[in-house]
Write a new protein. Sequence first.
Length: 210
Amino acid sequence: MKVLVKVCGVTRVEDAQGVWAAGVDAMGLNFHPGSPRFVDLARAASIARTRPPLASMVGVFVNAKPEDIRVRVRECGLTAVQLHGDESPEDCSGYGVPVIKALRVRGPDDVAKARSYVGVGDVAGLLLDGAAPGYGGGGVTFDWSLVKQLSDCGLPVLVAGGLKPSNVAEAVRATRPYGVDVASGVESSPGIKDLDAVRAFVRTVQSLNP
Ligand SMILES: O=C(O)c1ccccc1N[C@@H]1O[C@H](COP(=O)(O)O)[C@@H](O)[C@H]1O
């Protein structure tokens, strides 16, 4: 199956246009105030208007208030929310769009914990990230061999954390994920996308598709 590409943490309309043109399937808007990729609502809405009709726009949230999430879903036309904090399974519904629950992986127990989100609320996918200090976007990989623990979980699994053009082929071969997600690995500085790197990343993933 085709491996989907999500590029996360776009902060400028011009970057968004270049990212879509590179052929990505999904884009992430980061609503975590602690992130260098944070976008306020007005900026997010203008970036969201660049979304091509069949592409996905995902809002990334960390322990956010449900009403704040719902406002951003509505105002930006988000097609999914990515909950990247300490949200419990009970926190994973009520936004009107599918939820991707992200978990930071230090070892097998964190992957096992991911199973507690399967079949719960609106959880439609799992995302495994490396465990850098902070909540995400830290550019740190994890042990990709752990992904197979979720092979029978019944949900799409995305792999993230420290991916870049030079290692994404290895990650895809090792995990055969539903999708890959990248933030810092395709940037010239935090929040500013390097479109050459985005294109190289997308080309590499596409070259591995059947
Ligand atoms: O990108 C961020 O700053 C961020 C902040 C808080 C939560 C999630 C964040 N991004 C997500 O982190 C992973 C991995 O990012 P990276 O490629 O290692 O930089 C990815 O899923 C982003 O969506």
